[in-house]
Design a protein around this ligand. Structure first.
Ligand SMILES: [Zn+2]
Ligand SMILES: [Zn+2]
Length: 337
């Protein structure tokens, strides 16, 4: 059985398809996107978690036929859940992979992205203890995106530097149809309550809290994306959204970013990670005190009873925002596609 399973691909527009990748058929993991090119080919955006290659190949076969590799792969950033299948795909599809120049240290074996921060709280943050480090080496396939903002093979598209979640994070923008592929600059679900993928309430939220290492930059990036006034918003996590409420929802997130997106505490809250012009890490704030690794050791001594207690405590540990009563604000969704 494939670990990463199918959900119905969503034909977002005539030329863009969203492929949601699910764990065990239900739990939303991440999205990848197929974009048709004007010369009859296609481009793959992101590659999902490790183990996603069979599902991506299967979806590509169904849409484009056998033996039709993409003309290129574009990576929004180098987190493990977006580059997970890139090496496996390159083994059969040896095509160029494009990423922002400041993300290249993490795609050429030079460095790994700043550690995730499970101490921000919430279910996904708790799961981050289990996530692998983010970085790979896909030389010689990986190339920097053109500095003029154009996207190889995708006429009418622009890449936009949207740092904060990672130093070389990008979004993709198609102005003719006002379509924004936002990567992890925003999410269109509540990552603290992922639930079952297809029943998840769609809502526009900030980037994943446990994986964002520069909150001021992330806020500036959301403001930049909101100014575009997109009609369709498709992110790395959550179902794509379309309709007039997308633009107002994104603007609301940008206006209230500190309350709605930034965790109340965490390793990178107040002191961002710093990077040099190449994107490499210059300085990281120290990790905050975290009782979990100690508790895990103690649990190993006490036995499985303790493990159950630890699990319950982790699941009940709630994320908090800079907000009056520490409550996450509920927001009804714009219209899902
Ligand atoms: Zn990410
Ligand atoms: Zn992600």
């Amino acid at each position: 059985m494939q670990l990463v399973q199918r959900a119905m691909p969503l034909q977002m527009t005539e030329h863009i398809m969203c492929i949601p990748l699910l764990l065990a058929g239900v739990l939303e993991l991440t999205n990848v996107y197929f974009i048709d090119t004007l010369d009859g080919g296609w481009v793959l955006v992101d590659t999902g978690v490790p183990g996603s290659a069979p599902r991506i190949r299967q979806a590509a076969r169904q849409k484009y036929g056998a033996h039709r590799p993409p003309q290129a792969i574009i990576l929004t950033h180098a987190h493990f859940d977006h580059i997970g299948a890139v090496r496996a795909l390159l083994a059969t599809w040896p095509v160029p992979v494009f990423a922002h120049v400041q993300e290249l240290p993490y795609l050429t074996g030079q460095a790994i992205l700043p550690p995730l921060d499970p101490t921000v709280g919430g279910l996904m943050a708790t799961m981050a203890y289990l996530f692998p480090p983010s970085g790979t080496d896909i030389r010689p396939h990986v190339l920097p995106l053109p500095p003029d903002g154009t996207v190889p093979h995708l006429l009418g598209w622009q890449w936009l530097h949207t740092p904060g979640h990672t130093p070389g994070h990008i979004a993709l923008w198609q102005s003719a149809e006002r379509v924004l592929l936002a990567g992890d600059a925003v999410t269109t679900m509540n990552q603290e309550r992922p639930g079952l993928a297809m029943s998840a309430v769609p809502e526009i939220n900030g980037p994943p809290t446990y994986a964002t290492s520069d909150w001021p930059a992330a806020e500036a990036s959301v403001a930049r994306l909101a100014a575009l006034q997109p009609r369709t918003l498709a992110a790395g996590h959550g179902l794509p959204l379309s309709g007039p409420a997308v633009s107002s929802g994104l603007r609301d997130l940008a206006t209230h970013f500190a309350e709605r997106a930034v965790p109340e505490h965490g390793r990178y809250v107040g002191t961002p990670a710093r990077f040099d012009a190449t994107g490499d890490v210059v300085a990281l704030p120290p990790p905050p005190p975290d009782p979990v690794p100690l508790l895990v050791s103690a649990t190993a001594l006490v036995g499985l009873g303790g493990l159950g207690g630890l699990g319950a405590w982790l699941l009940l540990r709630q994320p908090r925002r800079h907000q009056r009563h520490g409550q996450l604000r509920q927001r009804r969704a714009p219209y899902p596609i």
